[in-house]
Design a binder for this molecule. Structure first.
Ligand code: 16G
Ligand code: MG
Length: 555
């Protein structure tokens, strides 16, 4: 069993040691991979490199992606996650294998677990393997990619270091690498290929329509800033005037990353970033630290601050695509559906079902669940309220747009727009830059302002509360996280509270990213939503072996 690679793995592991955690704690591959203070991550990342190499060998040498980012977390954090060949999130079972390998207590046990996994999963370690990787702008990224490279050298794995990328760019490159030279080729295998693909689709999808006014884009001082600036160079300005003001794009001072800016700030604080102060009525949007979430908003004297979140982007995209499908005469051939989580505002769900007459599926939180559910439609629109999402088009749907014989100029126009929209939306994962282009295209087609978009329906007032509990693992959910199955009795108390309010809904779940529970409540009025959230938070605290009072934040 022992091979020369074993000595190399042992030697490399000794250079990137794992930091022991306090007894009873484990490193865990969560909804966003391993994410924590960067001081703890070097050994973890080396071991994730071993997993990525194993995964590639398991899949006959298909390229696997690894992204180093902690998204909207503070600059001192970092994270590492694995991307499957078509750009999807790592298959769920492999999260468990990753957790097992990463928690091996010593170099020797690491090697044993590595071989045990290879045997269990019938992986021939002589199969070639390939991994492509990138990192965001965090300074700790340097050390972490060096640990990855060590793992690939030690295991004889081919690798490509794409240096600084947004998360969706790494997903794009993973898929492009694996589809190169096939009929499903996703695009040129380079960062420039990404810009070319989306710039070209943007021009085609606009079909001569004009984008009005200036769009201000807050990049959270993250990797989205330089990448958006680069992207804009690929737009033929003479054909498509697109006036974009890029702000908060300072990536040279790590301390400003995600500071009072970005999509997560806008969503959780429900306000515009204070710097630079947006002009009254200006069309604004924010990306998060790794450019996979998007929020639109404007501020003016009449309305104050108004936010258009993931639910709004989903409804805008779904209504646009459904209208195009009707104009193209293919509405009966195309199953269009929307995927949301329990956090979607009830008003958006009602609007999709009753006004757009489209089916809605609710899944647990986390991109992989939504993505999976969206695959069951010909056109699956999925968005989390936090602004992460995309639209998936099946190969059949794309073929229909290309091959259907149009019966009129209007049908031809609709089919061409659908094709371009299919190319414009990143098929691998939610992508703030691609989503932003989609929103701009739709607003241009409809000749809508943000206010017109906002007028489609009224959100129910809602509140999100973070509750510190002794043990969040006491809380187990069912029905796509909408009900608690454990602890016994808790759901009954929540139901009794919800009944007392108008149009109300509330649920509690353990966070997948922090040691806390989250409570969401919505109701007909702001006062009712706030009161219900507070009362449900008290129930959660009581059942969770309470630890101090509930910390309330708006949502
Ligand atoms: C992660 C998820 C995001 C989810 C969030 C919920 C991915 C790539 N990211 O950021 O989709 O909304 O966790 O956090 O899946 P929570 O479990 O702490 O509420
Ligand atoms: Mg992100």
């Amino acid at each position: 069993m022992a091979s020369s690679n074993d000595d190399k793995i042992l030697a490399a592991s000794a250079k990137h040691p794992i930091v022991p955690l306090p007894a009873g704690s484990l490193y865990k591959y969560g909804t966003a991979g391993f994410r924590m203070s960067s001081d703890l991550l070097e050994g973890v990342t080396f071991r994730v490199g071993l997993i990525a190499a194993l995964r590639s060998r398991k899949l006959g040498g298909a390229a696997i992606g690894v992204m180093i980012t902690a998204s909207h977390n503070p600059a001192q954090d970092n994270g590492v996650k694995v991307v499957d060949p078509m750009g999807e999130m790592l298959e769920q079972e492999w999260e468990t294998y990753s957790t097992r390998l990463v928690n091996s207590p010593s170099d020797k046990e690491l090697l044993e677990t590595y071989h045990a996994l290879a045997t269990q999963l019938k992986i021939d370690l002589k199969t070639p393997a390939k991994v492509v990787y990138g990192r965001d702008t965090r300074p700790s990224g340097h050390t972490l990619v060096a640990a990855l490279a060590s793992a690939f050298e030690a295991t004889g794995t081919e690798y490509v270091d794409y240096k600084i990328l947004t998360t969706p760019q790494l997903h794009y490159l993973t898929r492009a690498t694996n589809t190169e030279g096939t009929p499903e080729a996703y695009g040129e295998v380079s960062e420039a290929g990404y810009y070319k693909k989306f710039a070209d689709a943007f021009v085609h999808a606009l079909k001569g329509r004009k984008i009005k006014g200036t769009l201000t884009v807050d990049c959270a001082n993250g990797v989205g800033g330089p990448k958006l600036n680069e992207f804009l160079k690929y737009i033929p300005k003479d054909q498509v005037p697109f006036d974009v003001k890029v702000v908060n794009d300072d990536v040279l001072r790590p301390e400003v990353l995600n500071l009072d800016s970005g999509a997560d700030y806008v969503k959780t604080k429900q306000r515009a970033p204070p710097h630079p102060k947006p002009e009254a009525g200006a069309r604004c949007c924010s990306l998060d630290g790794d450019a996979d979430r998007l929020m639109y908003y404007w501020t003016d004297a009449e309305t104050g601050f108004f936010m258009l979140d993931g639910d709004r982007i989903a409804t805008l995209a779904a209504s646009f695509i459904a209208d195009l499908a009707r104009s193209a005469g293919i509405e009966d051939d195309l199953r269009i559906g929307v995927v949301q989580t329990a956090y979607a505002n009830g008003a958006s769900t009602k609007y999709i079902q009753e006004n757009l007459r489209l089916p809605v599926v609710c899944t647990p939180t986390g991109v992989k669940h939504l993505h999976h559910a969206a695959c069951s439609f010909d056109v699956g629109v999925y968005f989390e309220a936090n602004g992460h999402g995309t639209v998936l088009f099946s190969n059949d749907a794309m073929a229909t747009f290309r091959n259907k014989e149009p019966q009129s100029p209007a049908q031809k126009d609709a089919l061409e727009t659908l094709s371009a929209v299919g190319n414009l939306i990143n098929q691998t994962v939610g992508d703030a830059i691609s989503d932003m282009l989609l929103v701009e295209v739709i607003l241009a087609h409809k000749d809508w302002s943000l206010r017109d978009w906002a007028n489609t329906y009224s959100d129910l007032p809602n509140r999100l509360v973070r509750v510190e509990v002794g043990d969040k693992d006491l809380f187990e959910t069912t029905d796509a996280e909408r009900r608690l199955s454990k602890p016994q009795g808790a759901q009954g108390e929540i139901d009794a509270l919800v009944k007392k309010y108008t149009n109300a809904r509330s649920f509690a779940r353990a966070s997948g990213t922090e040691n806390a529970c989250r409570v969401y409540a919505e109701a007909a009025t702001r006062a009712e939503a706030d009161e219900l959230a507070k009362k449900v938070a008290v129930v959660v605290e009581n059942y969770g072996g309470g630890r101090g009072s509930a910390a309330v934040s708006s949502a």
